[in-house]
Each structure stands twice: as structure tokens, then as C-alpha cells.
Write a protein that binds this ligand. Structure first.
Ligand SMILES: NC(=O)c1ccc[n+]([C@@H]2O[C@H](COP(=O)([O-])OP(=O)(O)OC[C@H]3O[C@@H](n4cnc5c(N)ncnc54)[C@H](OP(=O)(O)O)[C@@H]3O)[C@@H](O)[C@H]2O)c1
Length: 275
């Protein structure tokens, strides 16, 4: 089996952690992104001895300069290219808050930082005819696209903003797949999964609702086979996947005019910061 070099974001808990553990034990090299040194060290201890290699990457996605710093380290470490990028990190903070870069937190952590990671890693991925797998959600089907409120700032509600950013995951993936010939793009809906995402940086009520909502959900480990199938397959069909099969995404996510509007906006925002 060809051992691949894979970047996983949000690798310190839930789905990303289960996936990282599996991939390193299979023998792949994983660059695991986390926002907290202690959680990254815990991941390393948890994995212990394995066939593959684990490289820890510390970057809080609320800071695009921290993401950029980590990307520069990756470029140095991977002159031969990258096989797979898994954009998986996300947050659902209970209150509207802004990052140091001036963006609403979910907009930056769940969407803009993925755009930045993907765009910057495309040359490395193209060298290996690589893949980008973004963890999305069927929650995107509840969102609409409002060009006048791309950051979902009007009447902030954590779930509304979350659904909107999950819609953006599909839109980003569809946009890049129309523009890049040497890289294939996928979005995975993991299903309802028993993780702590809905309990972090939020109030007791939302945390309680999340626990009820996911109490009969999948385990993070249950979601791993879909990612592994996409990583291992020679030429899987681009698109939106659930439980190892293609899955229907919303008409809004497929709308190419909306994709162009969203992505021109995001790429302009990134150019303003980095050019
Ligand atoms: N759970 C579900 O039912 C479900 C359903 C559909 C889609 N999803 C998607 O699945 C993905 C993984 O979520 P999960 O359920 O596994 O939850 P999770 O365990 O909370 O994983 C989210 C990951 O993102 C990281 N993260 C959060 N804020 C960050 C920041 N500012 N900078 C860098 N990393 C940050 C978290 O880091 P920490 O470990 O430090 O918290 C964590 O590793 C997300 O994209 C989510 O939208 C989940």
C-alpha cells in the first residue's frame, strides 16, 4: 500500500482525532493541526507507537497569521508535495465574537481558514494529484445564501451561522473543483456524531441541547471509513459523501454564481491580509 502524506485539521478531538489515529496506525504520515499545545501532546501520547509518523502543527484558526506561519513550515517540510488535505476544524461558539483579524469567529474558523489552507496548499497537492476532503454537514441544507450578509452577522444565532458556514464548505469545494484540474475535491457529511463540538465555548442550554441531539449518534470512529475510502481510492468521483456513498447536496451549494460570489469575496479578504 502506498503510504501517503496527509494534513488533518481539528485533529485533537472528535472526528479529526479518530481519523488521525487510524491513519498513523495504518502507516501514513499525518501533519495534525490543533489549537492547543497540551491537546496536541495528548494526541501524541494517545497514539503512542505506530507504523506511521505524526507531526504536530500548532495553529489557532482564529488567527490567519498563525495559519500562515504553519503553512510556511509545511511548505518547507513537504518539497515533494502533499497527498491529502482534510479540512475538518470547526467551532460553534454560543455568542457572536470576532477574531483578531476582524471576522466573525465561525466565518473565519469554519470557512475562511479552510479557503486559505486549500488555496495555499494547492501547488503542493497538485504535485501529487492530491485530494482535498472537507468535513461538511447536512446542516448546510438549512442555510440560504445571502450575498448582503455573507458573514451572517444580522441576528446572530450560533446554529444559523454554523449552517451557513457548512454551506460554504460545499460551495468552496465545488468552486475549487471547477477551477483545479490536478486536485480532486470532496465533502464528507459524517452524520450525527457524539462529539463535544456543541458544548465548547457556549452556554449550558446549548450544550444540553447538543448532548440530547447527539446522544444516539455515531461514534467518531464510525465516521472514519468514508474518509479512508476517499483517501485510498484511485479515482473516486468528486462530490458530497455520506457513509461511503455519494449523497445529495442542496441546490444552493451547487449554484455556480453563488460559489463565484462567495469565493471572490473570501479570496479578496485573504488578499487584503496577505498581499
Ligand atoms: N459532531 C457532529 O454531529 C457533526 C455533524 C456534521 C458535521 N460535523 C463536522 O465535523 C467536524 C469535526 O467536528 P467534531 O464533531 O469532531 O467536533 P470536535 O471534536 O469539537 O472537533 C472540532 C475540531 O476543530 C478544532 N477547532 C475548534 N476551534 C478551532 C480553532 N479556533 N483553531 C483550530 N482548531 C479549532 C477543535 O479543537 P479542540 O480539540 O481544541 O477543541 C477540534 O479538534 C466539523 O467540521 C463539524 O462541523 C460534525
Amino acid at each position: 500500500m502506498y503510504m501517503q502524506t496527509i494534513v488533518v485539521t481539528g485533529a485533537t478531538s472528535g472526528i479529526g482525532k479518530a481519523l488521525t489515529k487510524h491513519l498513523v496506525h495504518e502507516g501514513h504520515t499525518v501533519f495534525a493541526f490543533g489549537r492547543a499545545e497540551d491537546k496536541l501532546n495528548h494526541l501524541k501520547d494517545d497514539i503512542g507507537k505506530a507504523k506511521g509518523r505524526l507531526r504536530l502543527m500548532n495553529a489557532d484558526f482564529r488567527s490567519l497569521s498563525a495559519v500562515e506561519k504553519a503553512l510556511k513550515q509545511l511548505e518547507k517540510a513537504l518539497p515533494e508535495g502533499l497527498d491529502v488535505l482534510v479540512n475538518n476544524a470547526a467551532a460553534v461558539p454560543g455568542k457572536k465574537a470576532f477574531t483578531d483579524d476582524g471576522f466573525e469567529t465561525q466565518y473565519q474558523v469554519n470557512h475562511l481558514s479552510h479557503v486559505h489552507m486549500t488555496k495555499r496548499l494547492l501547488p503542493l497537492l497538485a504535485k501529487r494529484r492530491g485530494k482535498v476532503i472537507t468535513t461538511g454537514s447536512d446542516a448546510h441544507k438549512r442555510a440560504r445564501f445571502d450575498y448582503r450578509d455573507i458573514h451572517a452577522l444580522k441576528r446572530y444565532h450560533p446554529f444559523r451561522s454554523y449552517c451557513r458556514t457548512k454551506l460554504y464548505n460545499n460551495m468552496m469545494s465545488n468552486y475549487f473543483s471547477r477551477h483545479e484540474d490536478n486536485v480532486t475535491f470532496f465533502v464528507v457529511h459524517p452524520g450525527r456524531v457524539k462529539t463535544d463540538i456543541g458544548t465548547k465555548d457556549t452556554n449550558k442550554f446549548y450544550a444540553f441541547v447538543w448532548r440530547i441531539f447527539t446522544r444516539k449518534g455515531f461514534t467518531p470512529e464510525d465516521t472514519v471509513p468514508t474518509y479512508v475510502m476517499l483517501i485510498d481510492a484511485q479515482t473516486p468521483e468528486q462530490g458530497y459523501y455520506y457513509r461511503e456513498a455519494l449523497h445529495e447536496e442542496s441546490a444552493v451549494a451547487k449554484n455556480t454564481d453563488y460559489q463565484d460570489m462567495l469565493m471572490r469575496h473570501a479570496l479578496r479578504e485573504l488578499d487584503t491580509l496577505f498581499l
